[in-house]
Design a binder for this molecule. Structure first.
Ligand code: FCB
Length: 507
């Protein structure tokens, strides 16, 4: 993990994952002697020709507007908080910006041709709210809307299902200046925007996500302040922003359904970090499950922010906040007005899961979960995130048991130190190994009957990784940023073969 501390002394999720040593590749399946160097997984042997996934399983890649589009000030686009934030000194690694990013705004046709060659059947992108509504409300920027319309047409022509996210963190600056996510007007502004987009695209787009990763969004934007708009609020304030974010989600679901030209499948993309059992004993599994959905106070600030799950899921899927969280938060809990929880709990078609890793726990002497530390030298990605494939088995399983919806893996992937080799190619064996392990864990969940809609790898292209700038390469396609030239990495070819076999080649 190379995240410079000069940008903030607070822990980001990334920093915490890297320094805590507590996120996890489950050791349940590791022999002590090879735990560090040869992690293996619980995958029961199956015939190599049998796919563990359903025949309609979607194979795709995930991206977001600010991270790939560029064209930050083109064709009438308004500014987002990110357009503003990146130009403030000291906020982003080496002063880098997403002004041009991957230039996807101009190069999307080339990228879609590439996706078609890979055999992708789904592509997740997010819509830039201020590209569509430069001030966030009222006047529509037709050129901005037309871009997404052309993008959707080109995807469909290539046989790729569009999966549209309404919000991946690029709040219109004009709305931020009017109170933004702290204002009770925000849910209405967001649903008006959702209605505009749904009217324009829902004749062709059927799969929708409202808000991307509310936990990371609030954490970066308002708790640690290392992401736009870079504020560090008191707990009562950021919990209020979280509540307003849930209300905006609910209102947007209503707006999509009310304006869609055909039945819409609507979901919510939550970042989930399960606690993983340290061994496969029943006691450790129960402890890990309990820890995954419990809400102690220390998960509502500071370093443990990225361990909380239930707060970010229960209101949306069960219609209430976790009782232990409300009790722990006391006066810092958000004000809940009559009708709020009904608005937040809209019927949804699937649960989108963004999953990069988990934490390791075991049953303590008193039966309660206790943290289990990884051995020194445990596998980590270039970002410093521990490689914990079993997270993609336990999380889908437990989330389905608790919320009873099909699971759609809307993000999963790793950064690695990729460069162009002397042979002119980009070799990324660690991404291949990482993805194979995680997909094998997902296959196990599938074989045990967890309904899975698909897997969207983060990411298609190397891109602007928020405050890290261009230092963290997550793509299956390498981007040479000075020229924006694309070079498929080895993982691109590998993923194409996995897709072709519907995952059977993984087994
Ligand atoms: C997720 C974000 C996504 C990207 C990946 C690496 O938390 O949703 O935009 O930054 O992490």
């Amino acid at each position: 993990m190379t995240r410079p501390r000069s940008i903030s002394h607070d822990f980001t999720r990334r920093e915490f994952l890297s320094v805590s040593g507590a996120s996890a590749l489950s050791l349940a399946n590791l022999r002590p002697a090879d735990a560090v160097t040869s992690p293996t997984q619980q995958t029961s042997p199956v015939s190599p020709t049998v796919s563990p996934f359903s025949k309609n399983f979607l194979w795709g890649a995930s991206t977001s507007a600010y991270q790939i589009e560029g064209a930050a000030r083109e064709d009438g686009k308004g500014l987002s908080v990110w357009d503003d934030f990146v130009h403030k000194p000291g906020k982003i690694h080496d002063g880098q910006t997403g002004d041009v990013a991957c230039d996807f705004y101009h190069r999307y046709a080339e990228d879609i041709a590439h996706m078609r060659d890979m055999g992708l059947t789904a592509f997740r992108f997010s819509i830039s709210w201020p590209r569509v509504l430069p001030d966030g409300t009222r006047a529509v920027n037709q050129k901005g809307l037309d871009f997404y319309s052309r993008l959707v047409d080109a995807l469909l022509a290539a046989g790729i299902a569009p999966v549209a996210t309404l919000f991946q963190w690029d709040t219109p600056l004009a709305l931020h200046q009017r109170g933004g996510w702290l204002s009770r007007d925000m849910p209405r502004w967001f649903s008006d925007y959702a209605a505009v987009v749904a009217r324009a695209l829902s004749d062709r787009v059927t799969r929708w996500l409202t808000i991307n990763e509310p936990r990371s969004f609030i954490g970066g934007a308002y708790v640690t302040g290392v992401q736009a708009p870079g504020e560090r609020l008191a707990r009562a304030e950021y919990m209020r922003a979280a509540h307003i974010t849930f209300l905006a989600h609910g209102r947007a679901v209503q707006a999509i359904r009310a304006n869609a030209h055909q039945p819409a499948q609507v979901g919510y993309a939550c970042d989930v970090s399960p606690s993983l059992p340290a061994t496969d004993s029943a006691a450790d599994i129960a402890a890990a499950r309990e820890s995954t959905f419990s809400s102690p106070l220390d998960r509502f600030s500071g370093a443990h922010w990225w361990r909380e799950n239930a707060w970010w899921l229960d209101p949306v899927f069960l219609g209430h906040y976790p009782a232990d969280a409300l009790a722990a938060l006391g006066k810092d809990a958000p004000e809940i007005l009559p009708g709020d929880m009904e608005t937040i709990q809209q019927p949804l078609d699937f649960l989108g899961v963004n999953l990069y890793g988990g934490w390791l726990v075991r049953a303590g002497a008193d039966g309660h979960p206790e943290e289990f530390h990884f051995p020194a030298g445990f596998p980590i990605t270039a970002f410093g995130w521990q490689v914990t494939p079993d997270a993609l088995y336990w999380a889908p399983k437990w989330l389905h048991e608790r919320y009873h919806l099909p699971i759609f893996i809307t993000e999963n992937g790793c950064s690695s130190r990729d460069w162009i080799s002397l042979d002119g190619k980009v070799h990324d064996p660690q991404r291949i190994d990482f993805t194979a392990r995680y997909l094998q864990a997902l296959a196990r969940a599938s074989r045990e009957g967890v309904p899975l809609l698909g897997y969207l790898h983060w990411s298609l292209l190397d891109n602007f990784e928020w405050q890290e700038g261009y230092t963290q390469r997550f793509g299956m396609i390498f981007v040479d940023f000075p020229t924006r030239r694309r070079i498929p990495k080895d993982s691109d070819l590998w993923y194409a073969a996995v897709i072709k076999s519907n995952g059977a080649s993984l087994m």
